[in-house]
Design a binder for this molecule. Structure first.
Ligand SMILES: [Zn+2]
Length: 95
């Protein structure tokens, strides 16, 4: 994480949205979400939820070169089997 309130933190990527270049990382960019009571008389709960953020705000630690690196996205394959994957911009290894 290179910006915002969680600057310097690291975490595991939970989900990646290639389409809008946003990622969700465990324990990063948490915000409180109040759930509404499901039944009358029941209390709503406040839960911490990791919110997606722009991938440009994050750095990944590359498993190959062990460096904090920016993540790039590549699309590979033909029409039948298109694969989207992330890669390390420093050494080019798939992540
Ligand atoms: Zn690398």
């Amino acid at each position: 994480m290179i910006s915002g309130k969680d600057r310097g933190k690291t975490g595991t990527v939970i989900s990646v949205s290639v389409k809008d270049s946003r990622i969700t990382v465990e324990g990063i960019n948490l915000y409180k979400k109040r759930t509404r009571p499901k039944q009358q008389g029941q209390k709503g709960e406040t839960v911490m939820v990791a919110r997606p953020f722009a991938v440009s705000n994050a750095m990944i630690i590359c498993a190959n070169c062990k460096k904090a690196s920016r993540v790039g996205f590549k699309v590979e394959g033909d029409k039948k089997s298109v694969q989207k994957f992330r890669y390390c911009k420093k050494c080019g290894a798939k992540i």
